[in-house]
Ligand binder design. Sequence first.
Ligand code: IPM
Ligand code: MG
Length: 358
Amino acid sequence: MNSYKIGILAGDGIGPEVVDSACKVIDAIGRKYNFNVSYTYDLIGHAAIEKTGNPLPDSALTMCNNVDAILLGAVGMPLYDNDPSAKVRPEQGLLKLRKSLGLFANIRPITIFDELLFTSSLKPEILKGADILFYRELTGGIYFGTPRERRDNGNVAIDTLRYERSEIERIAHMAFKAASRRNKKLCSVDKANVLESSRLWRETVNELSKNYPDVALTHLFIDNAAMQLILNPRQFDVILTGNMFGDILTDEASQIAGSLGLLPSASVGNKVGLYEPVHGSAPDIAGKNVANPVAAIMSAALMFETAFNRKKEAEDIKRAISQVYADGFRTIDLAQETTKTEKILRTDKFTEKIIESL
Ligand code: IPM
Ligand code: MG
């Protein structure tokens, strides 16, 4: 294919800034490798609520069903976080999008740029060589189970953690396949010592493992997994989790990479895929041109690799980012005491450096 339609949902906070950077990099790759990209824009999150009253307007969903891939910035605003009575929330837009598009697998690679080994809060000797690929279930579990409601005049709250065998099987298959292409280790995370849904999870994953004799399967309880991840991240290859455990573990794992501002994700399932940074809307720094655009740009790289089957382009983007880090440039989140002021760049300038390196 020589032309691609990309749907853009920039969303809230730093979303628009980092998506803008990613689009500039996509355009530059298009020029270099000779293909065309066109963008269609729509609203999601607080930005959508403000204009339409709906965190995911129908027009946005229609648009998403008519593009080759979707790039999303971030959703969320503190004003909702501190208002438990808010009935309409930015996050509902993202959850509805994931569910409507059948994006049941959320893939989050944790890659370490060697140049950033010393910026993590963890010791470099613990991190060096760590390379983890998360498969997080994204359209089931406690995020979507019903009933979810208040009872007894609001004094009781109920959420439901529900999993069906088929939901576990489809994501587990993907995780096993990924492991057999990589270092052939799969660690499935659950809380089977307490939760019935986790016992079904473990049982299902164990049964599937018979189809993948080349993959060594292990299981960890979520609490232990959270600890092992920072104790010895190198022990992991592919990690398979349910929806909420994966949400929590991947934020933790972002520190292995050095900053939440570096991690990309791909959500895939039925047809069109959604590419978005793992980080949130970071409203405190929004509009200041200081956000780290690398997570969004790495999400674009994942899009090239996964949606467009253009591995060379994806590698080129990663190489360009490494080069900019090797040249000593940093956004403010990764600047250290020793970083010279002239090497600390704003979002747009940092993006330009990446494009120059392409
Ligand atoms: C993520 C985010 C979302 C989630 C929020 C914004 C709903 O934290 O993608 O990790 O919890 O899935
Ligand atoms: Mg999260």
